[in-house]
Design a protein around this ligand. Structure first.
Ligand SMILES: Cc1cc2nc3c(=O)[nH]c(=O)nc-3n(C[C@H](O)[C@H](O)[C@H](O)COP(=O)(O)O)c2cc1C
Length: 369
């Protein structure tokens, strides 16, 4: 399947506009999601074997999740489990519905297996996404894996009112998802990344945590923060200390980068002039470095989700042994196709056998020993 995708499907996809391919694929996955027989057929081809991970009170059937940005409006919630993912991170969702930046806003760089995007949090708004999620449950199509939501700030909301904006989205979505990710690391909303500063981030976390513990009847939902790969070690340490002080469930490392590696290829250089966040192979190494740093500084006490440039089993293993308890894919999935989650889970099971580990948790952070 992976050969079939790379040789036959991907060339056809890559001749078309990236966002159009995305829109059409999402529409198709939405239709599959509503149809039990079609979902079973997809599952028969792509579902991954069990390789469970227990983390923040949730059971993940396998450690390979779908990264934020692919399903921003909860359009195909059941399909991601059929495609073999062990969890899904939907969004980014903002309190206000918003169209995002002008098109074109996604650019491929095939020679470096990368993508640049400046989507700008296009999404139908938190209340509409909450309704969509309620609908998937009501029709009995809720997936059998944890579903998280990536929360962003609405573009119209000034930075000073960010805590209220995030908390409003959280309140609307809280009953509908298993965990939440505070995204202050996207490069595509003006000044958003300033919210990674300690005091600004703390205010957001306080507002969300208040809403999280307001109801005594419901248990609090796990809250994580997603960090940029462009932060200095000191800035990472500040976020880490804050996360530990505030008892967060974990950190996600990393988002896309605003940096651009050198290239002698004219096509690549042209793509790299586009404004936005770079993902895929060029971000892999830096993202792993950030995971190493966070794991070392926290002495392995704070769970990490590793994302950035994972295309192969080796890439996934590198993130896990650096300190990631779970991993996520976005760009690798676009380049390698729908069987990538399954291939990585199968490969990780093999890695565990080779190294004499029984579970993924035993392998986490072992590069530090
Ligand atoms: C088109 C696109 C849209 C994205 N949108 C979001 C988003 O809304 N929120 C977020 O936290 N990350 C977003 N990301 C970043 C990914 O979740 C991921 O952190 C990053 O791409 C690195 O992983 P990768 O190399 O596997 O793609 C987006 C990435 C892409 C390519």
């Amino acid at each position: 399947m992976s050969w079939f995708y790379r040789r036959l499907v991907r060339p056809v996809f890559f001749k078309q506009d990236p966002e159009e391919v995305h829109t059409l694929t999402m529409r198709w996955l939405g239709r599959v999601s509503r149809n039990a027989v079609a979902s079973e057929a997809l599952e028969a081809m792509c579902d991954a074997p069990l390789l469970p991970v227990d983390l923040f009170g949730l059971r993940f059937p396998n450690p390979v999740g779908l990264a934020a940005g692919m399903d921003k409006s909860a359009e195909a919630v059941p399909a991601w489990k059929s495609l073999g993912f062990g969890h899904t991170e939907l969004g980014a969702v903002t309190w206000h519905a918003q169209p995002g930046n002008d098109k074109p806003r996604i650019f491929r760089s095939p020679p470096t297996e990368a993508i640049i995007n400046r989507m700008g949090f296009n999404n139908p708004g938190a209340e509409a996404v909450a309704e969509e999620l309620a609908h998937w449950r009501a029709i009995g199509r809720w997936p059998k894996h944890p579903v998280g939501i990536n929360l962003g700030k609405s573009k119209v909301t000034p930075l000073s009112q960010a805590p209220g904006d995030y908390a409003s989205s959280f309140r609307a979505l809280r009953p509908h998802a298993d965990f939440f990710v505070v995204n202050v690391s996207s490069p595509n909303t003006p000044n958003l990344r300033k919210l990674q500063d300690k005091s600004a981030l703390e205010e957001i976390l306080v507002a969300i945590q208040e809403a999280n513990t307001a109801s005594r009847r419901e248990t609090a939902k796990p809250i994580l923060v997603k960090v940029a790969p462009d932060l200095t070690p000191d800035a990472l340490d500040e976020i880490l200390n804050l996360a530990m002080d505030r008892n967060l469930s974990g950190l996600i490392a990393t988002n896309t980068t605003i940096s651009r590696p050198e290239s002698t290829d004219a096509l690549v250089r042209k793509v790299y002039t586009e404004t936005g966040g770079l993902s895929g192979k060029p971000v892999r190494e830096r993202s792993t470095e950030v995971i190493h740093h966070l794991y070392r500084q926290s002495k392995g006490k704070l769970p990490l989700i590793g994302v950035g440039g994972i295309f192969t089993v080796e890439d996934a293993w590198e993130k896990i042994t650096a300190g990631a308890s779970l991993i996520q894919l976005y760009t690798g999935f676009i380049y390698e196709g729908p069987t990538l989650p399954k291939q990585i889970v199968q490969g990780l099971a093999e890695k565990l056998r080779t190294h004499g580990f029984k579970t993924i948790s035993e392998a986490v952070g072992t590069a530090h020993q």
